[in-house]
Design a protein around this ligand. Structure first.
Ligand SMILES: Cc1cc2nc3c(=O)[nH]c(=O)nc-3n(C[C@H](O)[C@H](O)[C@H](O)COP(=O)(O)OP(=O)(O)OC[C@H]3O[C@@H](n4cnc5c(N)ncnc54)[C@H](O)[C@@H]3O)c2cc1C
Length: 712
């Protein structure tokens, strides 16, 4: 018996939830066109199109914040928070064609907002923005809201849609019933805020416009639904034991401890001007923190007219804290290169290709089950070749005089890199011997023909100060400043900088590795022990950094004495005894300087993305009620441990319950897929292919197709 009505509930209307709605609209419109063009022709139809008239859809959107931008992308947050992807990159939908739905951020920019009524500040930002510039997160949020509103308006008018309703609420539980699900709601935004790590007095959400965050007293206690899409994204996490202990003790002592959090949820006023503030983490959250603690307090960056690395001076407001910052690497993330694309156009991977890895997996890679490869054994050697090839080719182009005979060097380099990659030497049944000898041979070649250029130690990029001791705090500060200045100069040189282009190749390899993970070609043990353990931090620090401007600002702040770097492998303490009892301290064994003490400490990082550590009431309940479980991940010893994301199966990804059985109609998108995908916390790439950059849109599309199939 065919249904008359099918209820779909999308929980979470940030980018991923919005993508599902947009894909649903695109599929419904395509279906309708098909039916109008050939109502009775009985011809086979395109994948996902209507084979019979669907039930009318009733769509419920559960989101306590403004749908579209949701929690992370509030269009009312501080405009000092910048994206770390350029305007040309991110999208929530495929490019718009004709009068279809879809609209990339770059198209929206080109259309001057596509008819959205923009505030003057938004109009100004949009007008000033170029495709290679880095938008404020607030502006990207405005785009997300625009797409969401346009999609909902069109969905509501569609004849196959009965209703689209926004429930301004959080879901706190799902109950499985014989024919459908019951979704429990609360009109309270605590259920989604990531402020759990905060021990200091209550944080204020920056988005306080009426109706911006959700407290709606008319929300029902529960709603029924045939299908559920879980697109809950960045959810709160419990502190790890070390953080929790620091937080508890700090509270007892009247100190301020800010745990990991989304920067727009942090109460920056808790850090008083003039007082020392210890910061752990030199990644993207660190740059957000700097903006809030300096520019937002009236400080100013003034152009100096000097070259990259010294392009800005900082004029203090006097209200900045004294910032002492450190991370394990000892150095901040590197600036993005100034290039007109997400991957530098001149970068090409010739060794690491999808086809090569696929062929190897199909033939059986040594030491792996058939159909799988290992990252260290099979992927890294190819990517390493590409990184070195890129580095020395760019160096040869921009500074041939640094080579003894540049043409001969390049010819010999190619011969060495080409050796030992032939598939027949790498397949099962063939003993593996000497596969890595090429590295020493290339190093010898460089020693011999380009000693001035030197060997590029790629893994060492992840720890630029490793094993170097500094005899004073000043010596270390000076070393980091020089590092920042060189980094800025490299970024400004764009495609003419060998190191930045080598990092570009590393980044391109990361994107391909994401695809290989999503297509299950990488052995799971290798993925956990190799990709996530060493490759991820290396590539994050090198290729996921902020725009150049942020590094210029940091260098200016360091020169002005507002930011002091503490050293690699820092140790933070809050002890009850001894000389430093009752205060936070931070020191590094690589820098000969007394510990810095402070009453305030900030963890400049995001909450952990692990479903087993979640503080989201919904995700906790799903697990305690047996409706969901962490994905089991095999270890080297053949045991299994709980993985970071939910256990899911198939495409689209269906949630698997505690007994191992897949739900008929609960679908998972985004961060909670981190057990089967790698690098889930990034927008889709505008115009990217469904296999690569736009995989999140492919995931949303697969959910839309399946929902329409179920609705028949
Ligand atoms: C601070 C920050 C900066 C970033 N910058 C960039 C960038 O510059 N470029 C880039 O490509 N990527 C960036 N990202 C990555 C980001 O993960 C994605 O771009 C995107 O936000 C993921 O979308 P999502 O819908 O999966 O998750 P989210 O954006 O987190 O949206 C999920 C939504 O679900 C809602 N929700 C959660 N739980 C519930 C519940 N129980 N009931 C109802 N609703 C719920 C939340 O309120 C939220 O609105 C950034 C992420 C963060 C956190």
């Amino acid at each position: 018996m065919s249904r008359e009505r099918y209820v779909v509930t999308v929980i979470g209307a940030g980018p991923r939830g919005t993508s599902v709605l947009e894909r649903l609209l695109a599929r419904l419109e395509a279906d309708r066109r098909d039916r109008e063009l050939s109502p009775h022709d009985g011809e086979p139809r395109a994948e996902g199109s209507a084979a019979s008239t669907p039930a009318r859809l009733a769509i419920q959107i559960v989101e306590p914040y403004r749908p579209g931008s949701g929690h992370v992308w509030s269009s009312a947050q501080s405009r000092l928070f910048l994206m770390n992807t350029p305007a040309m990159y991110p999208t929530v939908a495929p490019p718009r064609e004709g009068d279809g739905p879809g609209l990339t951020f770059e198209q929206w920019r080109g259309l001057g907002g596509d008819g959205a009524v923009l505030a003057p500040v938004e109009q100004r930002e949009l007008a000033d923005l170029g495709p290679g510039d880095y938008p404020s997160r607030a502006l990207y949020g405005r785009y997300l809201e625009h797409v969401h509103d346009a999609v909902v308006a069109r969905l509501s008018a569609h004849p196959d849609v009965e209703s689209v309703e926004h429930l301004r609420a959080s879901s706190v539980g799902i109950e499985r019933r014989s024919a459908d699900y019951r979704i429990e709601l609360t009109a309270h935004d605590d259920a989604v805020r990531t402020s759990r790590g905060r021990i200091a007095p209550t944080a204020g959400l920056s988005d306080r416009r009426p109706g911006a965050a959700g407290v709606d007293s008319h929300v029902p206690e529960a709603v029924a639904s045939d299908a559920v899409v879980l697109a809950v994204g960045h959810v709160p996490a419990e502190l790890n034991p070390r953080q929790a202990a620091a937080g508890r003790r700090a509270e007892e002592l009247g100190l301020t401890y800010q745990g990991p959090n989304v920067p727009s949820d942090v109460d920056w006023a808790a850090f008083p001007g003039g007082e020392p503030l210890l910061v752990r983490g030199l990644g993207l959250n660190f740059f957000d923190a700097l903006a809030q603690l300096t520019t937002a307090r009236g400080g100013d960056f003034v152009p100096t007219g000097a070259g990259p690395g010294r392009a800005l001076d900082y004029r203090r407001s006097g209200r900045e804290p004294k910032i002492f910052a450190a991370s394990r690497r000892g150095a901040p993330y590197r600036a993005k290169a100034e290039v007109p694309a997400f991957v530098p156009p001149s970068v090409e991977l010739v060794y690491l290709t999808f086809e090569r890895v696929h062929a190897l997996a199909a033939a059986g890679a040594p030491g792996e089950p058939r159909g799988k490869v290992g990252f260290d054994a099979h992927i890294w050697p190819l990517l390493h070749r590409d990184v070195l090839r890129t580095y020395y080719r760019v160096a040869a182009r921009v500074a041939p005089e640094r080579f003894r005979d540049v043409d001969e060097f390049l010819a010999r380099l190619d011969v060495l890199l080409d050796a030992q990659i032939h598939p027949e030497q790498n397949v099962q049944g063939t003993p593996v011997h000497g596969q890595e000898v090429w590295r020493s041979q290339v190093a010898d070649l460089v020693d011999d023909m380009a000693p001035e250029v030197g060997w590029l130690d790629v893994p060492a990029l992840g720890a630029p100060f490793a094993k170097r001791g500094f005899t004073s705090a000043d010596a270390y500060q000076q070393a980091v400043l020089e590092y920042l200045e060189a980094d800025a100069a490299g970024s400004a040189a764009g495609e003419d900088d060998p190191l930045k282009m080598a990092i570009g190749a590393l980044h391109a390899g990361r994107l391909l590795t994401k695809r290989l993970v999503a297509e299950s070609l990488i052995d799971e043990v290798s993925r956990t022990d190799e990709v996530q353990k060493w490759f991820e931090p290396l590539v994050e620090g090198a290729a996921s950094g902020p725009p150049l401007r942020r590094i210029e600002e940091l260098a200016a702040l360091a020169r002005a004495g507002v930011v002091t770097f503490l050293g690699p492998d820092p140790v933070f303490t809050l002890d009850d005894e001894g000389e430093y009892s009752g205060v936070f301290t931070a020191s590094s064994r690589w820098v000969d300087a007394p510990p810095v003490t402070a009453h305030h400490m900030l963890e400049a990082m995001m909450p952990a993305n692990r479903v087993a550590q979640t503080a989201s009431p919904l995700l906790k309940r799903l697990q305690s009620d047996g409706l969901a479980r962490p994905i089991p991940i095999p270890t080297e010893d053949g045991e299994t441990v709980p993985g970071p994301g939910f256990d899911v199966v198939g495409t689209p990804y269906r949630l698997v319950d505690a007994s191992g059985i897949a739900h008929r109609s609960i679908f998972v998108l985004g961060l909670q897929l981190s057990g089967v995908q790698w690098g889930t916390a990034i927008a889709a790439e505008a115009g990217g292919s469904y296999d690569d950059g736009a995989r999140t849109l492919a995931d949303a599309d697969a959910v839309a197709v399946e929902l329409l199939r179920l609705a028949r």
